[in-house]
Design a protein around this ligand. Structure first.
Ligand SMILES: NC(=O)c1ccc[n+]([C@@H]2O[C@H](COP(=O)([O-])OP(=O)(O)OC[C@H]3O[C@@H](n4cnc5c(N)ncnc54)[C@H](O)[C@@H]3O)[C@@H](O)[C@H]2O)c1
Length: 331
């Protein structure tokens, strides 16, 4: 079984590459290294530096064929997608279209695709299931939904089966500590908290403390990146054994508020965060939690590492943060 992984040198990609490499799969990573790092790949994988939008993409692999495509390569900054939609049209939609155009020359029969909770927009339910209406509020979410729709067409017309994995908030780092460098260009709460703690950012802005939640701050569902990695393996197995398409949310079904995240980071690091409460952001829902029962039942997937303390503890070494100083000497 040969697997082509685009964007495999990136944050979620590199964790998934490690998971599949541990299982002995034959893996080729294609990445343009715009935000990825080749040092985060195990030595056993083949690495090709190249771009998913390259019209001659098939020629990059010396005639090699792949059974499975796992497609991570994309731009992911929601704000940037609104100011520079052309870039997202080219990289996200265009990148996938180029790969779909080349499925025959690359031999691809199954596609596992990185989708996102952003396809739902602001959901009218706290727990978001796959049955909820898709109504993206930003061009990033729209680009992912367009890709899902195209995958459905290619499944119907060409029999290329796909899994669209709608991640909620990816967080944490490899529990075995094998990832060497941090995710680049972060905008999510947890890495922003870490950057504030280490002085990369001056202060953490908390957007609203008057939401209808127990502590007034927004609540989100954080999923550990090692758990996302295992879901890719299970989704790939599902496609191959069932021969059916799959669209599933990947989250824990539990949420943590902004203040809960801050308190946990302060407790585990022994450091105080510089925070400022500011106005609500337009379009932020009070609570967004994944209804992920479909992934649990169809894939037999269960997050193992996604409790908040494990997420934070696995991030701390990459940010050079140790725990609180021990008082009293030996344990
Ligand atoms: N991080 C999250 O919370 C999150 C949530 C939902 C969905 N996603 C999706 O998951 C995927 C991976 O995200 P990530 O967090 O690992 O991001 P990342 O930026 O760390 O990884 C993306 C990888 O793709 C590569 N890449 C980008 N454009 C490319 C191109 N044109 N050709 C070849 N390689 C290219 C980058 O160099 C990088 O290695 C993305 O599709 C993203 O939209 C991420």
């Amino acid at each position: 079984m040969k697997i082509l992984i685009t964007g495999g040198a990136g944050y979620i990609g590199s964790h998934t590459v490690y998971f599949l490499s541990d299982k002995g799969y034959d893996i080729t990573v294609l990445d343009n290294l715009s935000s990825g790092d080749v040092n985060n790949l195990p030595k056993s994988v083949r690495f090709v530096q190249g771009d998913v939008t390259d019209p001659n993409i098939a020629s990059l692999f010396n005639g090699e064929k792949y059974d499975v495509l796992i497609h991570f390569a994309a731009k992911k900054d929601v704000g940037e997608s609104m100011t520079n939609p052309g870039l997202y049209a080219k990289e996200n939609i265009g990148g996938m279209m180029n790969l779909l155009y080349n499925v025959d020359s690359l031999g691809i029969k199954f596609i596992v695709f990185s989708s996102t909770a952003a396809v739902y927009g602001v959901p009218d339910k706290i727990t978001v299931t796959e049955e909820c209406e898709t109504n993206p509020l930003n061009y990033y979410g729209f680009s992912k939904l367009e890709i899902e729709r195209n995958l459905e067409w290619f499944s119907n017309l060409k029999g290329v089966r796909y899994a669209a994995l709608r991640y909620f908030n990816a967080a944490g780092y490899d529990v075995q500590g094998r990832i060497k460098t941090k995710e680049k260009g972060v905008t999510n709460l947890l890495p922003v908290v870490m950057e504030t703690l280490t002085g990369i950012r001056e202060k953490l802005l908390v957007f609203g403390n008057d939401y209808d939640t127990p502590d007034g701050s927004c609540i989100r569902d954080y999923i550990h990146v090692n758990d996302l990695a295992s879901a890719h393996f299970l989704a790939m197995q599902y496609l191959i054994s069932e021969g059916k398409d799959l669209t599933v949310n990947l989250g824990t079904g539990k949420g943590h508020s902004v203040f809960e995240v801050i308190n946990t980071v302060e407790k585990l690091s022994g450091k105080k965060l510089n925070c400022e409460i500011t106005n609500r952001r337009e379009g932020d829902a009070a609570v967004v939690i994944a209804g992920a029962d479909k992934a649990y039942s169809l894939l037999g997937w269960h997050p193992e590492h996604s409790d908040l303390e494990t997420i934070v503890k696995t991030m701390m070494p990459l940010y050079g943060i140790s725990g609180p100083a021990r008082v009293g000497g030996e344990e």
